[in-house]
Ligand binder design. Structure first.
Ligand SMILES: NC(=O)C1=CN([C@@H]2O[C@H](COP(=O)(O)OP(=O)(O)OC[C@H]3O[C@@H](n4cnc5c(N)ncnc54)[C@H](O)[C@@H]3O)[C@@H](O)[C@H]2O)C=CC1
Ligand SMILES: O=C(O)/C=C/C=C(\O)C(=O)O
Length: 497
């Protein structure tokens, strides 16, 4: 068996964190946590249920008034201290994440840096954010007051767990909300560092609470709790749909960042070397377990054969290996169940299209959830591997003949999260960017993020946007205050004539 590298300091049991205390589940239940190299349990995690969620929500409610009253500058100071505390644990955090999720350590390090950046970023946003005002001459001014919505319910996935948790915790806390986080059950390890990070930074007890557990138990209890007015969710489209349905009962605000099947559209006039770099990185980094992965590559016919051959060569050269090895570019897929799901898609792909790279476990890795980067060419638009999110290192390539067909193919799936366009004709780049159905488009650029911009998708890829001020708006209620500035001539109903 290939032994995983075991980081120092692994907890034997991962507890909930409620009201500032690490606690087991009320009923004492736990579940096994596996690492994706040995697929053996290395820890137990508390298996939360309705009672644990109720305790966590009560703690968050008690802490709410105090935290909201901190005001923006003081909250920003705490957020910056949280970033310091994350940075102080950078190595351990990256090792935990890589061990638990199978992400290559080099990429887990990048995700740990981004988690700290998220806190610094939202500290700046909240201090710098103005409030809108509308003046009607000298008669009246109307201004908008943002107030935190209350207890936020945060439900996060397993693909880049800590970073995506931070992407929700930071703006929720910056806005003055308190929160209950339900991390993904396949990857609870990095979340076990939040208690020491948040406590060291001086976050008041109860402002953030963590309940581990299974989606349809702890997750569902959080969605169903009447004192949680808002749910921010990242994960699969099916679960997102289900959460929206459940949230309707209490008319909750929801933000849904869901799956994708994003196209990379490569025109023959593009810098093909740069496009190749971006395509290979875009679909194989984070093990292909990335919502914005460019998992469909559409190539203009004159460049199609050459690009496909070079893509297959590059895929064959990607280093698949132990997550802890600094040279590894693709690690182990998160969980045997997910691995099997991805392998099933590879089998479907073999029947639907032409396999030009990968398709099986690398010879040198006899156990663990490993898959060679896999490229299918000549994929038809109705093929399942063209239509469905695989969420692994598998890419579908197809040719197009002109701009119209490029847009048709780009839009021919239920998803609409990201799109990547490669062309040396910028006017065309803009035309395609406007025509593709997606929340985000990159032209001649890979997934370079600007945290101020709205992040999210259309169609089956999500509802709502987070990022920058959009996140603060999401975690806030808006109240409008109208004030007379001078003499307002009120209609005199009922006055004597
Ligand atoms: N960022 C993304 O776009 C992600 C996409 N996916 C896609 O979804 C597929 C399946 O992955 P899953 O692990 O099943 O994702 P999932 O969407 O079921 O899980 C994500 C989170 O939702 C929670 N959850 C599940 N059911 C819930 C419920 N009824 N109420 C409240 N919370 C609930 C889970 O515990 C987890 O924390 C993947 O293969 C991939 O295609 C999965 C994770 C992230
Ligand atoms: O960059 C972000 O803010 C979010 C990235 C999310 C993913 O990469 C994902 O969910 O896979």
């Amino acid at each position: 068996m290939t032994a995983p590298h075991r980081p120092d300091g692994l907890p034997g049991t991962i507890h909930h964190w409620i009201g500032g205390d690490t606690v087991p589940s009320a009923d004492g239940r736990t579940f096994d946590v596996l690492d994706p190299v040995s697929n053996q349990p290395y820890a137990q995690a508390a298996r939360g249920g309705t009672d644990d969620i109720a305790r966590a929500v009560a703690a968050a409610r008690s802490a709410f008034t105090g935290w909201a009253a901190y005001g923006t500058r003081r909250r920003a100071q705490v957020l910056n201290r949280i970033a310091d505390a994350i940075e102080a644990r950078h190595d351990r955090l990256a090792e935990f994440e890589s061990f638990d999720s199978g992400l290559p350590i080099s990429q887990a390090r990048g995700q740990a840096r981004r988690a700290a950046e998220n806190f610094r970023f939202f500290a700046d946003v909240i201090v710098g954010l103005g409030e809108e005002a509308f003046r009607q001459g000298t008669e009246q001014i109307s201004y908008v007051v943002r107030t935190p919505v209350g207890v936020a319910g945060l439900i996060t996935p397993w693909n880049t767990p800590f970073m995506l948790e931070s992407w929700k915790l930071a703006p929720a806390l910056a806005s003055g909300c308190t929160l209950v986080l339900k991390p993904a059950e396949w990857t609870p390890l990095s979340a076990s560092l939040w208690p020491e990070i948040l406590a060291e930074a001086g976050l008041p007890a109860g402002a953030a609470n963590i309940v581990h557990g299974i989606g349809d138990e702890a997750g569902q209890a959080l969605v169903d709790h009447p004192d949680v007015p808002l749910i921010s969710f990242t994960g699969s489209t099916d679960t997102g749909r289900h959460i929206i349905r459940s949230s309707a009962r209490h008319l909750k605000t929801t933000s849904m960042e869901l799956g994708g099947k994003s196209p990379a559209v490569v025109f023959a006039d593009a810098d093909l070397e740069a496009a190749l770099d971006s395509v290979v990185f875009g679909v194989f980094s984070l093990n292909g377990e990335r919502c914005t992965a460019g998992s469909r590559v559409l190539v203009e016919r004159p460049a199609y054969e050459e690009f496909t051959v070079r893509l297959a060569e590059r895929a064959a050269g990607v280093r698949v290996g132990l997550p802890a090895d600094p040279a590894t570019e693709v690690g182990a897929l998160v969980h045997p169940e997910h691995y099997q799901r991805v392998l099933n898609y590879v089998e479907i792909g073999r029947k639907e299209a032409r396999l030009v790279a990968g398709g099986s476990r690398p010879d040198h890795l006899t156990e663990g959830n490993y898959l060679q980067p896999t490229v299918f060419a000549d994929v038809a638009r109705d093929a399942r591997i063209f239509q469905e999110e695989i969420f692994g290192p598998v890419v579908a390539v197809a040719p197009f003949d002109d701009e119209t067909e490029a847009v048709e193919l780009a839009n021919a799936t239920p998803f609409g999260l990201a799109a990547y366009i490669w062309t040396s004709d910028l006017k065309r780049g803009h035309r395609i960017a406007h025509a593709v159905e997606s929340g985000m488009v990159w032209i001649n650029s890979h997934n370079v993020r600007d945290l101020r911009t709205p992040f999210g998708g259309v169609k089956a890829s999500g509802v709502g946007r987070e990022g920058g001020a959009h996140s603060i708006d999401f975690y806030s209620d808006c109240k409008i205050v109208h004030v007379a500035l001078g003499d307002v001539h009120t209609p005199r109903f009922g006055a004597a004539r």
